[in-house]
Design a protein around this ligand. Sequence first.
Ligand code: DX5
Ligand code: ZN
Length: 219
Amino acid sequence: MILCPSVLSMDFAEVRGQLAAVKAGKAQWLHIDIMDGHFVPNLTFGPDIVKMIRRESDLFLDVHIMVDDPVTYAKVFIEAGADLITFHVEACPDQKAILDLIRWIHSTGKKAGVSIRPQTPVDAVLPLLPELDLVLVMSVHPGFGGQSFMPESLDKVKTLKAAIQAQQLDCLIQIDGGINATTAKLALEAGVDALVAGSFVFKGDIVANLNQLWALTSR
Ligand code: DX5
Ligand code: ZN
């Protein structure tokens, strides 16, 4: 299991302490939500913030770009220090554009993922699985932390898990939105490999919250 605290809920006045707690809680990735105010109705971080996090943390930087122009911003955030770029299939005009961007990200030596919003059917990503390092299933409408988990997303996870196993692929399944100790358990049972959690991790005692997630699995 990979734990991916979402820095959307981090207290930026306490960056060093919060990043140290995330590390002490044995999270392996930091999930960084980039929103452009167009693809989603919220605006978050620019590349300088990602550079700052890169400087302050040695964790794997999982950058989720919720933007209308993923081609431009994949490049911008790789230059800023991303290890993985996950972009939305809904932001791309067609399948060729999606594949071209996955292959371009790989050509830089970085990992590539795609994400689907709750209203997008899982079929949109099934043909892409052999090319991908990760599929991110959104379990809330992207844009804000602190929303409630949508249980319908679990069927998508099960479909992806079956397809990945049948083809013996290396693609990870990540889930994002409304994850807490209860919903994380459901997600893991459905086949999720990587859990994103923002408000659950950063509200209160970060290490204790991460330990609650670790207690769900021995993987
Ligand atoms: C939402 C973001 C999430 C967000 C999750 O659009 O993609 O990564 O941080 O927040 P929680 O865990 O609070 O639902
Ligand atoms: Zn996210």
